[in-house]
Design a protein around this ligand. Sequence first.
Ligand code: SOE
Length: 370
Amino acid sequence: MTKLNVAMIGYRFMGRAHSNAWRQVRAFFDTPIDPVMKVVCGQSPSGVAQAADRLGWEESATDWQDVVERDDIDVVDICTPGDSHAKIAIAAAAAGKAVFCEKPLGNTLEEAESMLAAVRRADVIHMLCHNYRRAPAVSLAKKMIEAGEIGEIRHFRGVYLQDWIADPETPRSWRLERARAGSGALGDIASHSLDLARYLVGEITEVSGMLETFVAERPLEDGSGRGVVDVDDAALAMLRFQGGAIGSIEGSRFCPGRKNYNRFEINGSRGSLAWDLERMNELEVYREVGPDSGFRTILATDEAHPFVEAWWPPGHVLGYEHTFTHTVFDLLRAIDSGVPAQPNFEDGVRNQRVLDAIERSSARRQWEKV
Ligand code: SOE
């Protein structure tokens, strides 16, 4: 079996999620190639050495430029904050590596476009990590929509709500700095709702957006004073889809009690579908079948459901981390077959065009074309 040497840049939250996926994928799925967790890279020598040991990487390193140019590396997995996605991805592509990148693709539309140009120029496989597409119940929703089971789509309603900065004294982390994160709730969580909207319903042509920052200043993490918050705390947008549907997405980190409430509802001419990450194994389905129609819940853990066959018997539920393993499995299939992975950097650019239009719309207080 062909070996594929992986380098991962960044090792915190997403780095742990991706490491788990790289570790698990071959133990559960019939992968066409065997990934080798070669090297993890980070800024702190002791931090990254510890991460390598705990997460299962053969080596650790602190210079990402060296790592992406190594002859023995085949794929570069980018799990850093958004301000370094573009430079790492562009260098990795130029060195001929396949590139796997956390969302959102770049911090700006220009960055995302330059990343897409780089992977096209180098003709390498590229993939963007929007892991929720591969929750089995979401993949099932996609199959049902494609089979026409809920008819013509009229509405998409997506919300992604959290509460971790609702307290104004929560320190300003990198996610609240525009220079590092690009945007706030918009790029971090509303981008997931947006990706699901495009995946399940189709392209978006026009938006009306509203961004709000409720707490403009917060304590700095090192205790040295207070710092400005220059990203949105909440983002809300109305959407028009190419196919005629209308919709909305909302992302906020100011919703007390909502921890990671990533939910959508889709209404079609003959039925509706709804999903909620916090009950991620379940798909709510309504189909007009007569006077006794009502929403029913499909527990998407049968062998027949997408990705489930590789795991446990029916009812032995899956979790957040499995969505990353499914994503890595599909990346390996793309690398093996040469067939583009989904979502890829082109999706990243399309998503970023919508995010950009939402920002413009909010600033100008008017509808914007994507
Ligand atoms: C932020 O809290 C965050 O970790 C996002 O960055 C992830 O993309 C999201 O899936 C969960 O929330």
